[in-house]
Write a protein that binds this ligand. Structure first.
Ligand SMILES: [Ca+2]
Ligand SMILES: [Ca+2]
Length: 225
């Protein structure tokens, strides 16, 4: 009866697996003793969050505040002058519920942008100096340069400027920068700098459709108490 032999073999194997799973001397600590991994999302209009600051600055209108626009363009040549976009998420770190406690271990951090106009390759850099809602091209003294002083030389991420047919969401892995902020570096946000003259544009935190607004998702483990 080969079938019965086979079934018997499976049962022996299952019993052996159960025996191994019930190891009386586990080498790992019980799950309850470990700090749990958490995930938080920051997006204006979701869970009462309102801390996103996103501002386009434009060399052609160097003193005009564009903070309230529902969209923003990054473009090395936007009608004759450069446009850059500054984005920052305030009220992210702290010990209150829904925030990331200082010195947390950041497993991943993702900035997602709702793009609506394809363009040339765009670089994302960490800002090293403050900006305000009222910032302009001139208030930042000729826009932002990724020179290691105004913004980091190193890119946090980039996009070729394409937009998929299935989704307009463009993710940027910002884990290293968010970890640096969790470790105590000041959160000055990011700047989008376009490397070419075809604007890559996205919806800001003022856009009607909340789902299209800039979103920052952080997976982390809080420090031990
Ligand atoms: Ca804005
Ligand atoms: Ca374009």
């Amino acid at each position: 009866m080969p079938v019965r032999v086979l079934v018997g073999g499976v049962m022996v194997f299952a019993a052996l697996t159960l025996a191994l799973a019930a190891d009386p001397y586990p080498t790992t600590k019980p799950t309850a003793a470990k700090a749990a991994k958490r995930s938080v999302t920051f997006q204006n209009g979701v869970n009462d969050y309102a801390g996103t600051v996103d501002v386009e600055i434009w060399a052609v209108a160097p003193n005009t505040c564009l903070e309230g626009n529902i969209n923003a363009s990054s473009d090395a040549d936007n009608d004759g002058g450069e446009s850059q976009i500054l984005v920052r998420f305030d009220d992210v770190f702290g010990t209150a519920p829904g925030k990331v406690p200082p010195n947390s271990a950041v497993h991943s951090a993702t900035l997602v942008i709702g793009a609506f106009d394809e363009g040339t390759t765009v670089h994302l850099h960490r800002m090293l100096v403050p900006f305000k809602k009222t910032s302009t091209w001139n208030s930042l003294v000729g826009g932002v340069t990724a020179d290691g002083k105004e913004a980091s030389r190193q890119k946090d991420g980039f996009t070729f400027g394409k937009i998929a047919a299935s989704t307009s969401a463009i993710p940027f892995d910002v884990t290293d920068t968010v970890q640096a902020w969790a470790n105590g570096a000041t959160n000055h946000g990011w700047v989008f700098i376009n490397t070419g003259g075809n604007g890559w544009d996205f919806y800001t935190s003022e856009f009607d459709d909340v789902k299209q607004r800039p979103k920052l998702t952080i997976e982390f483990t809080p420090p031990k108490e």
